[in-house]
Design a binder for this molecule. Structure first.
Ligand SMILES: Nc1ncnc2c1ncn2[C@@H]1O[C@H](COP(=O)(O)OP(=O)(O)OP(=O)(O)O)[C@@H](O)[C@H]1O
Length: 294
């Protein structure tokens, strides 16, 4: 069994049409049972990195191992040995949900949600499917072409997550979700990574509700990793927000400090400056959906 969910070393990738590489000298080790957040400005290289991990671009410079296998090799579709066929097993190594996946045409067709989910194996993954239907608050009697964008995305996520994976690569596919759906999805992914052998890598620009979700944060700039935070040793949260003369809460910038428990450098972050708790409370009230234990 592979030691890491993802192992990358010395990875540089340049698109044929570009003069500059889009990811540069990447070194990354993602342990099992973890959630990694990839942070970076537009064009920083997040999608390129996730697509490389998903085997969508052939990379000849550097090492990429996902579940111990080269993602570009056909063997990486299969389990831990080459005798297992895709049909024999109940999980896949990598699930990549990105922009192209969001635009799949079936979600706009005149088709019932139940029929759609059954066509991709709901009967086989009954428990998991029911859990996703509940978490994403999906009505199986809906018809796809009559749904809002967010409702379509919820059905699409249930489809994408139905088959269990070892490594889930999420490239900002939650923008259409309301705060409740997103919060429940994130809790589902936390539960998954805590309860079975898998890991999630999530690139996003939306940080609401994410302060304590990841185990690792990777900061990409111009294709390079310029920060990597391991929550167990590099991050602490403090409750030191002040109020200005108008009574408004001021949040301090993150500080580099020495962690008194470990005596090592860490980043100290003010508790999240976000409207997420308020929006979550309002929408819980609006929809009557409570945050149940998963
Ligand atoms: N198909 C392509 N051909 C050539 N260059 C590309 C291609 N796709 C991306 N790039 C370039 O690679 C760099 C990284 O792009 P990438 O899409 O990985 O960024 P990103 O961090 O995901 O950005 P965003 O937050 O906007 O989604 C950019 O400079 C971009 O112009």
């Amino acid at each position: 069994m592979a030691e890491y969910a993802v192992e990358v070393d010395d990875l540089t990738y340049k698109f044929a049409e570009s003069t500059e590489p889009s990811v540069v000298d990447i070194k990354l080790q993602v342990p099992w049972h973890t959630r990694t957040l990839v942070v970076g400005a537009n064009g920083a290289g997040k999608s390129t990195l996730l697509k490389l991990l998903a085997g969508k671009h052939l990379c000849l410079n550097g090492k990429i191992l996902v579940n111990g296998l080269d993602p570009f090799s056909p063997l990486s579709m299969y389990q831990d040995n080459d005798k297992t066929t895709a049909e024999d097993k109940d999980w896949q190594v990598t699930t990549y949900l990105g922009t192209e996946w969001c635009h799949m045409s079936i979600i706009n067709r005149d088709i019932g949600v139940l029929e759609l989910l059954e066509s991709i194996g709901l009967a086989h993954y009954r428990d998991r499917g029911n859990k996703l239907i509940e978490i994403l608050d999906i009505n199986i009697n809906w018809r796809m072409h009559r749904l809002s964008d967010g409702q379509k995305r919820r059905v699409q996520l249930a489809m994408g997550l139905l088959k269990p994976w070892r490594v889930l690569l999420l490239d900002e596919v939650t923008v259409d979700l309301d705060v409740i759906a997103r919060s429940r999805l994130l809790e589902f992914l936390r539960w998954e990574t805590n309860t079975r052998k898998c890991s999630v890598i999530y690139a996003t620009h939306i940080f609401d509700g994410l302060a304590t979700w990841p185990d690792n944060v990777v900061h990409l700039k111009d294709g390079k990793i310029i920060d990597q935070l391991d929550y167990t040793k590099d991050v602490e949260f403090r409750n030191d927000s002040d109020k200005n003369s108008n009574g408004k809460v001021i949040f301090h910038s993150p500080e580099h400090v020495i962690n008194p428990h470990t005596d090592k450098p860490s980043i100290s972050i003010s508790r999240v400056n976000s409207l997420h708790p308020l929006a979550l409370a309002w929408l819980r009230n609006d929809t009557g959906i409570e945050d149940k234990e998963i």
